[in-house]
Design a binder for this molecule. Structure first.
Ligand code: G
Ligand code: G
Ligand code: MN
Ligand code: NA
Length: 254
């Protein structure tokens, strides 16, 4: 209960911040996008990772204000980078399970695009299978409208949920993110390697951009690249970093 009160205050008083994890094209080694990941910079407890407070936010009704904050912060960063003459890279934002049920999502996003003078293609919305499966019919409708507006749509944590291949074909997403659970054992010749390879092929056949998450070793990276997955995120390439550090990384490759 204390934490809930604290979280409400944190959202109002600017204790949240975004870190950015580069998405790298391993062929060129260049950063081709980034994922925004929220952190709570707690005055006593230090930097709290989202795993510790997103569930609390979802249970307590604070997820709406928190997501509003994240979207504003992400769009604010995109504006800053454009004003600073940094290369224009799409920024991915994680949406919570409740967001597709919210009638206001499209209007809210449109207002942000106008306020920060951005194009929808600057933003990539990350959704999980689990949230889409809650009400797949409604989800497809909302996703189609988002896609028609030009937002990028990514299916996050792919392979960990229940979505059947039949749904995947119908979901208007542009990117598949292979969950790091499949990346961990990828180079050991086991089943995960076979699964990752199959997902890469599937994604490519469906015309999707395929991104591997949680890439930590050269071995994993090479295996994935050998199977055609050249877009990768993970500690091997870079941890999620604070805004200033991310800007320096972008500047150094400009
Ligand atoms: O950074 P970390 O590994 O602790 O993230 C844990 C989880 O929190 C991940 O599943 C990630 O998708 C989620 N997450 C990170 N940032 C956000 C955010 O801004 N909004 C929501 N809803 N989830 C986030
Ligand atoms: O669920 P989602 O894919 O949004 O979660 C992203 C989370 O994964 C981030 O919170 C980030 O901190 C974490 N992450 C990113 N790269 C790696 C990695 O190479 N290894 C591990 N273990 N976690 C990672
Ligand atoms: Mn994600
Ligand atoms: Na993920």
């Amino acid at each position: 209960v204390l934490l809930e009160t604290e979280l409400r205050q944190a959202i109002q008083t600017g204790q949240l911040c975004l870190h950015y994890q580069p998405k790298v094209d391993v062929r060129s080694g260049r950063i081709v996008g980034a994922e925004a990941l929220v952190r709570w910079s707690h005055p006593q407890r230090g930097l709290i990772p989202p795993g510790h407070f997103i569930p609390l936010a979802e249970e307590s009704g604070l997820i709406g204000p928190l997501t509003d904050w994240v979207l504003h912060a992400a769009c604010g960063s995109l504006r800053r980078w454009a004003d600073a003459g940094l290369p224009e890279l799409p920024l991915s934002v994680n949406l919570p399970a409740s967001s597709l049920a919210d009638e206001r999502l499209l209007d809210q996003l449109a207002a942000l695009m106008q306020r920060y003078r951005l194009r929808p293609s600057n933003l990539m919305l990350e959704l999980t299978e689990t949230m889409l499966m809650r009400d797949i019919g409604a989800a497809i409708g909302v996703l189609e409208r988002l896609r028609d507006q030009g937002y990028g749509l990514a299916l996050d944590d792919f392979g960990t949920g229940y979505s059947s291949l039949n749904y995947l074909k119908r979901l208007p997403v542009s990117e598949l993110k292979i969950d790091r659970a499949f990346v961990i054992d990828v180079a050991r010749g086991g089943r995960d390697g076979a699964l990752a390879a199959a997902v890469i092929t599937l994604g490519r056949e469906l015309g999707l951009q395929v991104v591997a998450e949680g890439v930590e070793t050269e071995e994993q990276s090479e295996f994935l690249r050998g199977r055609g997955c050249v877009l990768q995120q993970g500690y091997l390439h870079s941890r999620p970093v604070a805004q200033g550090e991310f800007e320096a990384m972008m500047r150094s490759q400009a």
